[in-house]
Structures are given as structure tokens and as C-alpha cells.
Ligand binder design. Structure first.
Ligand SMILES: Cc1ncc(COP(=O)(O)O)c(C=O)c1O
Length: 372
């Protein structure tokens, strides 16, 4: 299967092999070495000289950890949303008792710095700003450094919490330089690992907030995670197989070089965008904010995304998912372990599947290979 969904992403052979190694304990030298060798390239991918902690969780668990470790019930929060994942980050803060002002932008558009400034002017005592770096539901990248600069122009001490789940590893993230206090990533996207680990960086300002925060936390308590991370261990039993996979993925990423990997993602995004446009799809995101890691597009008139995706999977072994508008949008991921051949294959399959659907061949069982 040519897995073109925006996570989990395909696993390189070296990652699969690493995950098949015999189990080890998490309180010994071998584990400590593994963790040290994971944390060092993570610092490079996050653009931080500070801590990057490894939690056994999906990306959403990492977002919850960001919220409960830095905020207190009743805190005012400005949450910027350009899609599904922006709204999810806001919902997490609300679930733990923050007073959230949601600043929303239409699908396909990035967040506007002026609107973020206005929201903070209206809430001068806001404790935190929640941002999504790469909105996976629409394939839009937010200009995080510009948004942070605008926010701090109004509220110099506002904490900035960033969802980098589908950006870290696939595009530049400079947590320290941009002034991001907490950045959350996940193992299964740009970092070429399997699902199972959330990665989280915390700035010195972020750690000061962690000391004052009063939201309830136990499993997510980053103070405990940091205490154990000082000796390259974790407070609880970690997903060691996933950590081994991430270790191998990061090794590949560092061998390629982050800049080369970012250039590859941009190149593949251009291929997907021009290929889909040529086939009659309308792109959701404009060029200026187009994501290097995932592309969303409106299907051509007269075609439904559901049957198209089904034919692609069953007949052409290409897995896509729908986008923010059910049945009218699709998404093609180009993040992690992916190259030109994967994208050529996916686009050729989309072309054939589109013809099948338009010409009514999608329901014809003759086209389906028997299940082995
Ligand atoms: C931007 C973004 N945030 C959060 C998540 C949630 O991650 P998970 O499904 O690993 O919990 C995703 C997953 O697709 C994402 O793309």
C-alpha cells in the first residue's frame, strides 16, 4: 500500500528492523544510551538547546500535557484555529477549565497576525496563546514567528504553546529563536517513526509556568518527566519498541540532513499541488501558505471523495483520506519517508481512479483483485 495519509506515515526498512529487536528494560545503560541518542537529534529538529521530553502518547496526549502543565483553571487563553486541530487544542484547554477565546480563520487560510493582536488586546491578561504550526486538516502552514512577534508586541509575557505535530521534521521549527514556550510533536509524522510517542520541548519561561500551573496532572507531569530525563529515563514504562523505531527514523533524518529533508518536502508538495491541479482538483490552501507535508484539495465537479478513495485503496493500493469537507475534499500526505516515486505513483493512481469513478467503473467487482 502506498500510504499517503497524514500519519501514521510509511516506515523505512531500518525503522521496521529496529522495532523487531529483542525487548530491553527501561532502567539500564542500553535504554539510557537509546534515549540520549533520541533526544539529541530531537533538539535539532525542534530548534532548541533546551529539554525535549519523550512521553508515551499520541500527539493529542502531548497537547494535553502542554495545557495541564502550564495553565491553571480559570486562566484566559487565546486559541488560534485554522482547522480541526486548532479547535482540538482549544477544546483541551477548555476541558481543563481555561477560559478560551477562539480566533478562527476560514479553511485554507492561515492565521492573520492583526487578528491575533486584536484578540490579545481584548484579553490583556491572557496567560497563553495556542497556535497550530501546520494544520493537517487543510494543509495550511501558519507563520509562527510572525504570529509570536505580533502577540508579544501586545502581551510580552504571554506563553506560546505550539502544536507542531505535523510540522516537526518536515519543515523548519525554531522553538528558541521564534520564542515558542512549548512545542509538541509526535513520532509518526515527519520524524519517520511509528505512532506511540509525543515529544515536547519547554523553554525556561515554560518551566517557570510549569511550577505555577494548577491544572490536575499525574501521568503528564513534566516535572517528573524532566527529573527522570536528566538520567535519560522516563518515570513510567515507555513504549520501547516505538522509541527504537523513532531512533532509527531520526538517524535517517540526520543522515539526510534537516535542510535537505525540508527541501525534499517542499519539492514533493509542489509535485502534488501541480499534479492535482492538472487533474482538475482545486487546492484548498493558496501557494503562500501551502503545507510542505500535506495537501488538501476539492475533488472535481461530479465526483465524490468517498468512492474515489475506495477505488484508490482497493484497485490501486494508494491510501488517501478525506479532508475538512466530507465527500468533497481529499488529502494527500507527503511527509516523512516519501520520495518522488511514491508521489508519481500516487498521482498516476489518482488519475486512473478518477477516470474509473467518472466512467462508472468504481462499482465493478471485476476490477478487484481477489483477497489473498
Ligand atoms: C496538527 C495535528 N495536531 C494534532 C494531531 C493529533 O495527533 P494524534 O492523532 O497523534 O493524537 C494531529 C494528527 O493528525 C495533527 O496533524
Amino acid at each position: 500500500m502506498n500510504l499517503r495519509v497524514p500519519g501514521p506515515t510509511p516506515l523505512p526498512p531500518a525503522v521496521r528492523k529496529a522495532m523487531a529487536e529483542p525487548m530491553i528494560g527501561h532502567r539500564g545503560d542500553e535504554f539510557q544510551r537509546l534515549m540520549a541518542e533520541v533526544r539529541s537529534p530531537l533538539r535539532a529538529a525542534f530548534g532548541t538547546a533546551g529539554d525535549v521530553l519523550v512521553l508515551t502518547a499520541s500527539g493529542t496526549g502531548g497537547l494535553e500535557a502542554a495545557v495541564v502543565n502550564t495553565l491553571s483553571p480559570g486562566d484566559k487563553v487565546v486559541a488560534v484555529s485554522v482547522g480541526v486541530f486548532g479547535r482540538r487544542f482549544a477544546a483541551i484547554a477548555e476541558a481543563f477549565g481555561a477560559q478560551v477565546t477562539l480566533v478562527e480563520f476560514p479553511p485554507g487560510q492561515p492565521a492573520d497576525a492583526g487578528a491575533v493582536e486584536a484578540a490579545l488586546q481584548a484579553a490583556p491578561d491572557a496567560k497563553a496563546l495556542l497556535l497550530t504550526h501546520n494544520e493537517t486538516s487543510t494543509g495550511v502552514v501558519n507563520d509562527v514567528p510572525t504570529l509570536v512577534r505580533a502577540a508579544r508586541g501586545v502581551s510580552p509575557d504571554v506563553l506560546v504553546l505550539v502544536d507542531g505535530v505535523s510540522s516537526v521534521g518536515a519543515m523548519p521549527m525554531r522553538a528558541d529563536k521564534w520564542g515558542c514556550d512549548v512545542v509538541v510533536a509526535a513520532s509518526q509524522k515527519g520524524l519517520m517513526g511509528p505512532p506511540g510517542l509525543a515529544l515536547i520541548s519547554v523553554s525556561p519561561r515554560g518551566w517557570a509556568a510549569v511550577e505555577q500551573a494548577r491544572m490536575p496532572r499525574f501521568y503528564w507531569d513534566l516535572r517528573e518527566a524532566r527529573r527522570w530525563a536528566d538520567r535519560n529515563e522516563t518515570p513510567f514504562t515507555p513504549a520501547i519498541g516505538a522509541l527504537r523505531g523513532l531512533h532509527a527514523g531520526l538517524r535517517l533524518l540526520m543522515t539526510e540532513g534537516l535542510d535537505a529533508a525540508f527541501a525534499r518536502h517542499r519539492r514533493l508538495a509542489r509535485m502534488v499541488r501541480s499534479g492535482l491541479a492538472r487533474l482538475g482538483f482545486r487546492l484548498v490552501a493558496e501557494e503562500a501558505c501551502a503545507s510542505p507535508s500535506v495537501t488538501a484539495a476539492w475533488v472535481p465537479d461530479g465526483v465524490s471523495a468517498g468512492p474515489l478513495i475506495r477505488v484508490l485503496a482497493e484497485r490501486y493500493k494508494v491510501m488517501l483520506v478525506q479532508g475538512h469537507e466530507p465527500n468533497r475534499t481529499i488529502r494527500v500526505a507527503h511527509m516523512g519517508w516519501v520520495d518522488e516515486a511514491d508521489i508519481h505513483g500516487a498521482l498516476a493512481a489518482v488519475e486512473s481512479a478518477l477516470a474509473d469513478v467518472k466512467e462508472g467503473r468504481d462499482a465493478n467487482p471485476d476490477y478487484r483483485r481477489p483477497v489473498a
